[in-house]
Design a protein around this ligand. Structure first.
Ligand code: SF4
Ligand code: SF4
Length: 376
């Protein structure tokens, strides 16, 4: 794979497709084989975390025998997500402990990137950058030679992110969510790239949803010359000029082969990107008569989580992602699913989109449930 500038701040270069360390195989030998297979296939940046089970430990083993020098290794921690010790705080002392521990788990002398894991609010950001906070701790580790660079991962609002990007002269890279079905962060990705920050994309196939060759998305793939939906998904992201690279979870050698093959295909032209964006917009919930998730219909007297059920209906019908919708439906609390609907229609006058909610509940109960029973 050809290399791309990893933003303008670090001077590093990365290929367009890289290794996500969150869902490695459970068998350690298999996982080590797979990581080395990915590196031998041209992947270079590895994203892991103190919170990804034994991922750091396994990656450390995979990076022996000359593999360390071939990669850019990134790990991260967050006192907001996982307190490794009960007294972990968003401060410099805690992050120093976490960095030293990650170095031991990885069996390395230094980490290329140590990131602040999941800034999800202004409060998180302020805690990270205050004097004596997480960023101060990472910068001290950089001075001490334990870490080379830093950045953050995020699920915050686009507006907040644009403000952080203006302030964050300490930040070299940001890891965003962005895919065919979730393009919310596009303006923040652009702002980061224009500020010289490297932009990484996690979950390029939408947590597995975009590995399903839905008839709807296959139609789009055909229009722009992509062989299948996963290829369409990866090429779409990499054709955004503000994206540096994707980080893909690896579980089988074929995951790596497909991702690398897609990343080596030509980028979509501006005309093709326009065609794809128009296709996606036309099927957005507000443009295609589906639920927008506004929650005005709540509460349902039976306690049904109407927006969550409607989202499954939307994914199944508007995108043809029936298997993904069934998986998503399984995750809804059993008492809050469509099967509890009595058809009272008290929700319908409150619906901002004038949807026939009771009919949609019947559809969900009939189409999303039977498969669940079979799979249980
Ligand atoms: S029609 Fe169904 S979803 Fe709507 S309020 Fe009645 S029980 Fe709840
Ligand atoms: S009011 Fe209508 S559009 Fe809003 S969440 Fe409920 S069903 Fe969806």
């Amino acid at each position: 794979m050809h290399l791309r500038n990893f933003g303008n701040r670090s001077g590093f270069k990365v290929p367009p497709a890289n290794i996500g360390g969150m869902r490695l195989p459970r068998d350690v030998k298999d996982a080590i084989y797979l990581i080395r297979y990915a590196i031998d296939s041209g992947m270079r940046y590895i994203d892991t975390s103190r919170g990804y089970g034994e991922s750091e430990w396994i990656i450390g083993k995979a990076l022996r025998d000359g593999y360390r020098e071939k990669v850019i290794l990134s790990t991260k921690s967050s006192p907001w997500i996982i307190k490794v010790r009960s007294d972990d705080q968003p401060d410099a002392a805690t992050i120093r402990r976490r960095i030293e521990e990650s170095l031991q788990r990885l069996n390395l002398d230094y980490i290329d990137y140590y990131q602040v894991w999941n800034i999800a609010s202004r409060e998180h950001y302020d805690q990270a950058v205050r004097p004596g906070g997480i960023v101060d701790g990472i910068q001290q580790a950089i001075k001490d030679g334990l870490v080379r660079r830093t950045g953050f991962t995020t699920h915050d609002s686009v507006e907040n992110l644009k403000n952080y990007i203006k302030e964050a002269d300490w930040c070299d890279i940001i890891l965003f969510t962005y895919n065919l079905l979730n393009r919310r962060y596009q303006p923040a990705i652009q702002a980061a790239a224009e500020a010289g920050i490297g932009t990484l994309i996690m979950n390029p196939v939408g947590g597995g949803r975009l590995t399903e060759n839905s008839p709807v998305l296959m139609e789009l793939a055909g229009q722009v010359g992509a062989a299948d939906v996963p290829e369409l998904a990866i090429r779409y992201i990499l054709s955004n000029p503000h994206v540096t690279s994707v980080v893909s979870g690896i579980n089988r050698p074929s995951d790596i082969d497909h991702t690398v093959a897609a990343a080596e295909k030509p980028l979509f032209s501006p005309d093709q990107m326009q065609k794809i964006n128009q296709f996606l917009e036309a099927r957005g919930p507000e443009n295609s008569g589906y639920c927008t998730g506004c929650e005005y219909c709540l509460p349902c007297p039976e306690g049904i989580n109407i927006p969550a059920v409607m989202k499954c209906v939307y994914n199944a019908r508007a995108w043809g992602l029936l298997q993904a919708a069934r998986q998503q439906y399984k995750k809804i609390d059993i008492q809050k699913r469509a099967e509890a609907c009595t058809g009272c229609r008290k929700c319908e006058p409150k619906c901002t989109q004038h949807l026939a909610i009771s009919e949609e509940m019947r559809w969900a109960a009939a189409n999303l449930t039977e498969e669940n029973k079979e799979n249980n």
